[in-house]
Design a binder for this molecule. Structure first.
Ligand code: ADP
Ligand code: ZN
Length: 720
């Protein structure tokens, strides 16, 4: 027996099938899609069996062993990998690797032990703990009888060992999965008639075109998802629910866990490799039927999929842009939906322009939820013009916002303050006149390059030194805006000393479980104000929150990207949507230096469709998506001269071979040098160019053994 093996080395050079002989005693274990260990040059390496043949004429080496007896890549994933390779021009092996938890990728595999785990059991239930770490450790036993050692020692290993010595905790070895979901008190809601319509459309679907669910914030999309999934399970099928970043939406997992218990598996970045591996195996073995997870969960090895739902479909976290394969989960969802004849549902309060345009053309079917569940109005939005405010005070919290905060807290309600960190401090503004320095050739903010104090346009390559004074008002007040959550927290403590402020950002939530504990604390009204970055923008549903304040709406507006208006509109709409979700009416205050900017006006009127129409006109005029496709080529290497010359050659070759594509660049990237690697970018704009992938593939091939240059290709980049 001979097998064709794809080795786990992500290089274009060896991205093909190599034949190996199978020793007689291993023949029975060989199946397509399993991992085997093979000799490769001087190394020993893991690979996937992709072909089984009877004979081969060549002298072949033998495989060493079979790594696992379960099939890792089933028929569907094998096909899908090839599609991804074709579509993104990545290596086949990286297309397969992206589908798998790290534990199943080369080398790491052996380290993750799947048999036994140490758990602790609480023996003395009355012991309260003699210091803070001990108390924190013990608090994990409030809901559970047994807690994995890993989780406990992440809080304090010395507290754990002290508690064990005292006999308060007892360790046990268990053969078990690491994650547990328990069904708990859950009252199923009766759907409103508009919710029911959406559910019906999806579950009675026969046409296999994706649905776009445009539902305002608080319109009960989550409840709709749960009803659809419940129906799908009743039919004996399975479901995938994608969320942008699951560790930011613990409430979603909690709701699903309460309702569906151990039928769910959650895949996300906050899990340890071992936990991910466990979840993956539960899915592969058919023990979990609902997968909830971030981008890569779209590859979950579920069989018999009955629905694929993508919540917050506009989120750019669904696009893998930083490494191969540069895929969009939306495309994978559509592919898998077709494969399983399952409906695909994209949901958002602010659908991406691409998706809404498709819905308008009838490629997607549009479903809408125009009102909040309780019939409540969307919150009133007020815009605060910082151009007046900033002159009078150096505070980041305006007097209007402060007054509203006082009112809110006096009523015994809660507030969320949002600090927009998107595109933070890469652009320059004048503190005196609020001038933002723009490119003379493009409608784009210049990006500030600290290293050489230059302002640069990322689209056309225009560059100019940072001026000493503001070109508009002549004052020496140019600055890269910079303010962090800590600063705002200080200000709040000073302005409202009695307010209990909970600061949530990457620093305060880095410890495992911290994020969830903070959300709980805020829900229990242990705090009055939740202050945070993007972390507080999405998905949170607190009934006491009646005020949302946006400290700085502008940072995301000034990002040099054609999507900056769209991203700002959707971010602000999402944040605004946290206010007034329950019985009490909500208010939103947005502080901005651009009160007249259309993205901000449309947020004020909760007018997604208005924004959509205006933004579409701009995109058409400038030739951007969804009217044109973009493809981004990144050309990098150590020798900047050489790289630039090659980038020019590539450009010329593209010009010769492509007829309908505009080719822009090469220009240096915002961060030109990273780890001594220089980077140039070429942007391709096209409506239809059938031979494009072939042409690019040839270029890739031409350079594949050239170590001085690397070429990354990104179709439909989410940003540059
Ligand atoms: P969205 O995801 O659209 O912003 P959610 O799904 O979070 O909205 O729903 C908003 C709130 O309305 C939640 O508190 C949810 O529990 C509640 N809700 C949803 N559907 C119903 C319903 N049919 N009846 C009563 N309450 C509902
Ligand atoms: Zn420019």
């Amino acid at each position: 027996m001979v097998v064709g093996v794809l080795v786990q080395i992500a290089s274009q050079n060896v991205d093909r099938i190599f034949d190996y002989l199978v020793p007689k005693e291993l023949e029975d274990s060989i199946r397509i899609g399993i991992r085997v260990l093979v000799p490769f040059g001087k190394q020993t390496i893991e690979g996937f069996v992709l072909e089984i043949k009877d004979t081969s004429s060549m002298e072949l080496k033998e495989i060493y062993s079979v790594v696992d007896y379960d099939i890792i890549l089933n028929d569907e994933l094998l096909l899908l990998g090839k599609e991804i390779q074709r579509d993104t021009l990545s290596t086949l092996i990286s297309a397969y690797q992206v589908m798998l938890p790290k534990a199943l990728k080369a080398k790491v595999g052996a380290k993750v032990n799947k048999k036994f785990h140490t758990f602790y059991r609480l023996i003395d239930k009355d012991y309260v703990g003699s210091n803070v770490p001990q108390k924190e450790v013990l608090s994990l036993f409030q809901q559970r009888d047994e807690v994995p050692r890993k989780e406990l020692i992440s809080i304090s290993s010395s507290a754990v060992s002290t508690l064990e010595k005292k006999g308060i905790l007892k360790s046990i070895q268990k053969e078990d999965y690491r994650m547990k979901y328990e069904v708990s008190q859950y009252t199923k809601k009766v759907l409103t008639s508009s919710q029911q319509k959406v559910v019906d459309a999806v579950i009675h679907d026969t046409s296999n075109n994706p649905f776009l669910l445009y539902g305002v914030t608080g319109s009960g999309k989550t409840e709709v998802y749960m009803h659809i999934i419940e129906h799908v399970l009743k039919e004996g099928k399975t479901a995938i629910l994608l969320v942008p970043e699951i560790s930011l939406t613990p409430q979603m997992v909690e709701q699903f866990s309460n309702r569906f218990g151990n039928q769910i598996a959650a895949l996300h970045s906050a899990l340890s490799e071992g936990e991910k591996y466990d979840e993956w195996r539960r899915i592969a073995r058919g023990e979990a039927n609902i997968v909830i997870g971030a981008r890569s969960a779209i590859f979950a090895p579920l069989k018999n999929i009955g629905v694929i739902i993508m919540d917050e479909e506009h989120s750019d976290s669904y696009k893998q842009g930083d490494k191969n394969p540069r895929y969009h989960a939306r495309d994978i969802a559509i592919w898998r939906g077709k494969y399983h004849h399952a409906p695909v549902l994209f949901g958002s309060a602010t659908p991406s322009l691409e998706s809404m345009a498709r819905a308008q053309k009838g490629v997607y079917r549009l479903l809408t939820l125009e009102e909040r569940v309780n019939g409540k109005q969307l919150p009133e939005v007020q815009i605060i013009d910082m151009n007046h405010e900033a002159k009078n005070s150096s505070s980041h919290i305006t007097s209007q916002l402060l007054t509203e905060l006082h009112h809110c807290l006096d009523r015994g309600e809660q507030a969320i303050l949002f600090l927009n960190r998107r595109g933070f401090s890469t652009f320059i503004t004048c503190k005196n006149c609020a001038e933002v320095i723009k490119c003379p050739n493009c409608d784009i903010t210049l990006t500030y390059h600290k290293s050489n104090r230059m302002l640069r346009c990322h689209y056309c390559g225009y560059a100019t030194p940072l001026p000493k004074v503001c070109p508009n008002c002549g004052e020496d007040s140019l600055s890269d805006l910079g303010v962090g959550t800590e600063k705002i927290e200080e200000e709040l403590n000073h302005l409202i000393p009695t307010a209990r402020v909970l600061r949530m950002d990457v620093d305060t939530t880095s410890r495992k479980g911290a994020h969830k504990r903070m959300i709980e604390a805020f829900r229990n009204h242990e705090y009055d104000i939740l202050l945070g970055t993007q972390i507080v923008a999405k998905g949170l549903d607190f009934s006491l929150v009646t005020l949302v304040g946006v400290i700085n709406a502008d940072t995301s507006l000034n990002i040099p990207d054609f999507r900056s208006s769209e991203n700002t509109f959707s971010l602000l709409s999402q944040v605004a949507g946290r206010s007034g979700r329950s019985q009490k009416s909500g208010k939103v205050l947005i502080q901005t230096f651009n009160p007249d900017h259309y993205a901000i006006s449309y947020v004020r009127h909760h007018d997604y469709l208005g924004f959509y129409r205006e933004e579409m006109q701009i995109r058409r005029k400038l030739g951007y998506p969804p009217f044109y496709y973009l493809c981004y080529l990144k050309i990098s290497g150590k020798d900047s001269q050489y790289i630039f010359q090659e980038a020019l050659k590539i450009k010329r070759s593209l010009e010769r071979n492509l007829s309908y594509t505009a080719i822009l660049g090469p220009t240096s990237l915002a961060v030109f040098k990273v780890n001594n690697i220089y980077r140039y970018g070429i942007i391709l704009k096209y409506k239809k160019e059938d031979g494009l992938r072939d042409v690019l593939h040839k270029i890739q091939n031409h350079y594949k053994s050239n170590r001085k240059i690397q070429i990354d290709i990104d179709f439909n980049p989410s940003h540059f």
